[in-house]
Design a protein around this ligand. Structure first.
Ligand SMILES: *Cc1c(COP(=O)(O)O)cnc(C)c1O
Length: 359
């Protein structure tokens, strides 16, 4: 081996060696329905562009490390105090901070959002995945058993769940919260209800419970409602928890342009709600039409995507791609399943048309 060669793998921490860089498809195609993005941009009209543009002239300055304007607006919207909110560069970063601050074991159902497991491994914390039941709901007995046995520090529950699309039943989530609430048990844990897709479910049961359970943390994001490019996620929790996570947050984690654009988007609530309603009604139509296709079994969804089973997922995935339609192949996670994001009416028509022809 030449002198300048070096075995990077050997130098790496053992827990990092088996990690692979996160791979997001960047295949150019006509219809992109793979990443649960909104087909509509969240910042539009009413002079928003002009005001965001003004921020460009202030880029010589560091952004507000506390994102005060943004947190104040969010707090008003959610009827909590700004002190109950922490902003992240996407919720991904907040997951990173939570695991950095509290450590593991980290418990989550499977299949679910992959970042809980990936970040646990990156931070050398034990991740424990508990399989969902046959209806994609929480296996509550197994979860309670595991809580007692392994005493996790953090429990991540994505509801609606990605990639299955359903909300977990509220009473089961509540059981998990109660089982780990410090004034009830001797094995306290934080329960993070990841509500990335909450705007599409219309359910808002857990936010009002924040006052009652100190171990409850709500996580939201602007990524699925038209602002994935901004990278903005939020934790809503007890002040003491926010304070604890804040100690590991990098000072300027959300840049000035993102802060400004988010404020503009949140001010234009009407536009945001119109876009969400359109996606919900398209989801209903898409589900109905997919049910009619022989060999296609779609699962009901509370999110902006639909999971569906086919006879041969790899074939359908590749054929759709060949026809300019990119969706997500989930067959490695759930047998012969694919996940399609709800797009514009036109995009959904193209997807349905191609799927019919290929199935
Ligand atoms: C997409 C998604 C997120 C969003 O992550 P960001 O970093 O905010 O883009 C969080 N949780 C789940 C379950 C998701 O599917």
């Amino acid at each position: 081996m030449p002198e300048k060669e070096m075995d990077v793998q050997k130098l790496l921490k053992p827990n990092i060696r088996s990690l692979r860089a996160y791979h997001a498809e960047e295949i150019p195609c006509r219809v992109k329905l793979d990443a649960n993005e909104s087909p509509y941009s969240g910042v539009r009209g009413q002079g928003s562009e002009v005001r965001v543009n003004k921020t460009l002239q202030l880029l010589n300055r560091y952004p507000d490390p506390q994102a005060k304007a943004l947190r104040k607006l969010m707090a008003k919207e959610l009827k909590v105090k700004p002190e109950n909110i922490l902003h992240g560069n996407g919720s991904d970063e907040l997951i990173y901070y939570l695991i950095t601050a509290f450590g593991g074991p980290v418990l989550y159902p499977v299949p679910t959002f992959s970042m809980y497991g990936i970040i646990s491994q990156a931070l050398n914390e034990k991740g424990i995945g508990i399989p969902l039941d046959s209806r994609f709901d929480l296996d509550i007995d197994k979860i309670i058993q595991t809580i007692k046995k392994n005493k996790p520090k953090l429990i991540f529950l994505s509801s609606p769940n990605n990639p299955t699309g359903n909300c977990f039943s509220s009473d089961r989530i509540l059981k998990v919260i109660k089982a780990t609430s410090s004034h009830i048990t001797r094995h306290p844990s934080l329960v993070i209800v990841d509500e990335a897709y909450q705007p599409f479910s219309g359910k808002n049961e857990f936010l009002p419970l924040l006052d009652k359970f100190k171990n409850l943390v709500i996580m939201r994001t602007l990524s699925k409602i038209g602002l994935a490019g901004l990278r903005l996620g939020f934790l809503i929790a007890d002040e003491e928890i926010i304070h604890a996570v804040n100690t590991v947050r990098l000072p300027f984690n959300v840049n000035a342009l993102s802060q400004k654009a988010a404020v503009e988007a949140l001010k234009n609530k009407k536009q945001m709600h119109t876009n969400i309603s359109s996606i919900i009604s398209e989801r209903k139509r898409l589900l109905k039409e997919m049910k009619k296709i022989r060999g296609v079994t779609p699962y009901p969804s509370d999110a902006n995507f639909i999971l569906f089973k086919v006879k041969n997922a790899d074939t359908i995935y590749n054929s759709l791609l060949h026809n300019g339609v990119l969706i997500r192949n989930m067959s490695g996670v759930i047998d012969n399943c694919l996940r399609v994001t709800v797009g514009t009416p036109k995009e959904n028509r193209i997807f349905l048309h191609k799927l019919k022809r290929l199935s």
